[in-house]
Design a protein around this ligand. Structure first.
Ligand code: GDP
Ligand code: MG
Length: 220
């Protein structure tokens, strides 16, 4: 799949405006669960075993194609604020999708999922979609959170669930693509019922920077 950030597929698009939809996606969860690694794996296909300093990183952009639509993903990393739970409400603004991450070898990070979910529900747009991801599934020997518990919590919260590994590149791309698909599904549902939150009559995130006509169906 071609991407704006992957040099193997040729030059970066000459114009960043060249897309059908733009989705803002946030990766949240406790410190050290692997958020930055997950983003680097997806956007750059790289993994750095050393602790990655998040300071200074805002977001990465990746353009993907889903059903003939060019979708620009703006994926935000928390830049270390999660350490102190000082993530500002501005950070949540306009987000259409969340990857809520815990580490399967860290019970505390799993216990924090409920809190993060509450933050999402408090600060984000009602229709924002969330995927729960148990990262570091390559570390089976050190696992303390079973897949079953992960799945049960996801069911309870109404989120879809993946176990993944940024290190071994397991389910990383799948996670983002599934999130994009559920955003698209939600979007076309909302457009069908002419939800004013989506069509722009109410304050909500921009579906596209290109000002698509309000009742255009999402063909994703
Ligand atoms: P963040 O604080 O959530 O952004 O976490 P980082 O991406 O900085 O990762 C924290 C530590 O976990 C680093 O040492 C990473 O190399 C390591 N790490 C991240 N993802 C994985 C993974 O999937 N498997 C393993 N074994 N280690 C990982
Ligand atoms: Mg980080």
């Amino acid at each position: 799949m071609a991407s704006a950030t992957d040099s193997r597929y040729g030059q970066k698009e000459s114009s960043d405006q060249n897309f059908d939809y733009m989705f803002k996606i946030l990766i949240i969860g406790n410190s050290s669960v692997g958020k930055t690694s997950f983003l680097f794996r997806y956007a750059d296909d790289s993994f750095t075993p050393a602790f990655v300093s998040t300071v200074g990183i805002d977001f990465k952009v990746k353009t993907i194609y889903r059903n003939d639509k060019r979708i620009k993903l703006q994926i935000w990393d928390t830049a270390g604020q999660e350490r102190y739970r000082t993530i500002t409400t501005a950070y949540y603004r306009g987000a259409m999708g969340f990857i809520l991450m815990y580490d399967i070898t860290n019970e505390e990070s799993f216990n924090a999922v409920q809190d993060w979910s509450t933050q999402i529900k408090t600060y984000s747009w009602d229709n924002a979609q969330v995927l729960l991801v148990g990262n570091k599934c390559d570390m089976e020997d050190e696992r303390v959170v079973s897949s079953e518990r992960g799945r049960q919590l996801a069911d309870h919260l109404g989120f879809e669930f993946f176990e993944a590994s940024a290190k071994d590149n397991i389910n990383v791309k799948q996670t983002f693509e599934r999130l994009v698909d559920v955003i698209c599904e939600k979007m076309s549902e909302s457009l069908d019922t002419a939800d004013p939150a989506v069509t722009g009559a109410k304050q909500g995130p921009q579906l596209s920077e290109q000002q698509a006509p309000p009742h255009q169906d999402c063909a994703c």
